[in-house]
Design a protein around this ligand. Structure first.
Ligand code: PGA
Length: 253
């Protein structure tokens, strides 16, 4: 049975004290949360990973993810972070392919394929983000774009790797804009994603992979989006920075 997951992408926000405060407040709210079949993940900035991992008030169900990593094992890559550096400080999850990394840092599916492989080689789980831009949807190319993102970044993986992949479909036009895909648009795309994986691999693999929706998820719309059969939770940006809002979204899964 695939898991339901709500992950918070803190992006380039919060100092170390603020990061610890947020994880502590969230943990307090999660005290009586029944997490059977569910996962909660937060993704602080690189420098705030250790403070959050080691925060005494962090509830054990709050897992930690990095927002990015480099594809090489080590070397002359000034300013970059490698998978085993994350793994050895207690960070077993990494977000890869976020649309902001693609748009502002030139990350392509070819590069992301290498990053995914490097993460998996170090026994990390990957939250892989992808999604079409507004023009793609307007010109009715959204299924083609999403299909090729999957194929180019992930379909080189062996079937056995898929147990460590979480997908996050994030239509770029809905990220940070206040505009959400309708629950029907999300369901339609998630169903397409699952079918594409079933065709490339197997129905079992497609059925087991958690597919999160991301893009302006809020306490007010989370329940309806998460109620769709192929939507297994969400990747949350802005609303993950407030413990009350993020907890309300977690509670909606
Ligand atoms: P948002 O961001 O919830 O602020 O739209 C989502 C994301 O970027 O993952």
């Amino acid at each position: 049975m695939r898991k339901k997951i709500v992950a918070g992408n803190w992006k380039m926000n919060l100092t170390s004290v603020q990061s610890e405060d947020l994880v502590a407040s969230l943990s307090e709210k999660l005290k009586n949360f029944d997490n059977e079949g569910k996962r909660v993940i937060v993704a602080p900035t690189f420098v705030n990973l250790v403070p959050v991992v080691t925060c005494e008030d962090r509830h054990a169900i709050v897992e930690v993810a990095a927002q990015n990593m480099h594809q090489a094992a080590n070397g002359a890559f000034t300013g970059e972070i490698a998978a085993n550096m994350l793994q050895t400080i207690g960070v077993p999850n990494v977000i890869l392919g976020h649309s902001e990394r693609r748009a502002y840092f030139g990350e392509t599916d070819t590069l992301l394929a290498k990053k995914v492989e490097a993460a998996l080689e170090h026994n990390m789980q990957v939250i892989f983000c992808f999604g079409e831009e507004l023009e793609d949807r307007k010109s009715d190319k959204h299924f083609d774009v999403v299909g090729s993102q999957l194929k180019n970044a992930l379909f080189q993986l062996p079937a056995s790797a898929w147990k460590d992949i979480i997908l996050a479909y994030e239509p770029v036009w809905a990220i940070g804009t206040g505009e959400t895909a309708s629950p029907e648009q999300a369901q339609e795309m998630h169903e397409f994603i699952r079918r594409t994986i079933a065709e490339a691999y197997s129905a079992e693999i497609a059925d087991e992979v958690s597919i999160l929706y991301g893009g302006s998820v809020k306490p007010a719309n989370a329940k309806e989006i998460f109620s769709k059969p192929d939507v297994d939770g969400g990747l949350i940006g802005g609303a993950s920075l407030k413990a009350d809002d993020f907890f309300a979204i977690i509670d909606a899964m």
